[in-house]
Design a protein around this ligand. Structure first.
Ligand SMILES: [Fe+2]
Length: 277
């Protein structure tokens, strides 16, 4: 059985939840609010699934996770604004959605004049590792020139990035915070796999920004993600290939290669294209 069954997935935004009929890895599930601070998730056969409420979302699993949902310590920082961006449905593999989030090279071409701009297209050398402690993929020392790095940015800056993959369909990105040099803004991508080729994406942020309105913060991130959606829905093949022989490695996609290796090592293959048996 695919090891992804025993992982945690976001299935609703708690603040907006009443009752939501949705799907997780091909199975129909129902997510319902129970009072002020509890939710219940039920499978189509009536089975009660495990539930966690964290980072504004309801999380569940079809299997039996042997570990807790990953930690984002910045979520507990009272000075940060926690931004629930909401849902974006994408006709793509859940693994493709994460891989695209890890890709820096597309910024100047997809998020033109916001997260990147020509002629600043070169991805400088950075570091990628699979950290044994916590078993996560990390990319660090990533630097990229950005005309409008965040809603809070006024003018172009060289932005520092770190990426983290703590779960097969989740990624957390840390980037320079324009109004607070030395601090990191946190932007997470939580992906709910509906099927192997359709997912719902829940971006979520923990930012230092005392001036932008919540609506503006949400709209900025939605605009960025809608630019990604058109790219994601046209990827060929639809599923993420995990055979390293198919790839020509370049510096820009070192993170993607590490992510694919890590998925393969763990048998996280829901949404992956496997080599013919
Ligand atoms: Fe993007």
């Amino acid at each position: 059985m695919n090891a992804m069954r025993d992982e945690w997935y976001p299935v609703a935004l708690f603040s907006q939840l009443d009752r939501r009929d949705t799907m997780l890895m091909g199975e129909n599930i129902t997510v319902a609010r129970v009072g002020a601070d509890e939710a219940k998730v039920t499978a189509s056969d009536g089975r009660a699934l495990p539930v966690r409420l964290r980072y504004g979302h309801v999380w569940t699993s079809l299997g039996t996770p042997d570990h807790e949902l990953f930690d984002i310590p910045e979520a507990a920082d009272p000075e940060r604004r926690l931004v629930e961006v909401g849902i974006v449905r994408v006709q793509c593999s859940p693994l493709r959605a994460v891989e695209n989030f890890l890709d820096i090279a597309h910024f100047p071409f997809v998020h033109t004049d916001i997260l990147g701009a020509e002629p600043h297209t070169e991805v400088a050398n950075y570091k990628v590792e699979i950290r044994e402690e916590g078993d996560e993929v990390w990319a660090t020392q990533v630097k990229f020139y950005q005309p409008q790095a965040a809603k809070s940015a006024s003018g172009g800056i060289d932005t520092d990035y770190m990426y983290r993959v703590p779960a097969p369909t989740c990624s957390v990105l840390y980037k320079s915070c324009p109004p607070r040099p030395g601090e990191w803004d946190v932007i997470a991508l939580f992906v709910q796999p509906l099927t192997e080729e359709v997912c719902e994406v829940w971006p979520w942020m923990a930012l230092f920004d005392d001036t932008s309105s919540m609506t503006d913060l949400i709209q900025f991130q939605q605009m960025i993600f809608l630019q990604d959606r058109s790219i994601l829905e046209n990827q060929i093949p639809a599923r993420l290939p995990l055979d390293p022989g198919k790839e020509i490695p370049t510096r820009a996609d070192m993170t993607s290669i590490a992510y694919r290796r890590w998925l393969k090592r763990h048998n996280y293959t829901y949404g992956a294209q496997l080599v013919a048996q």
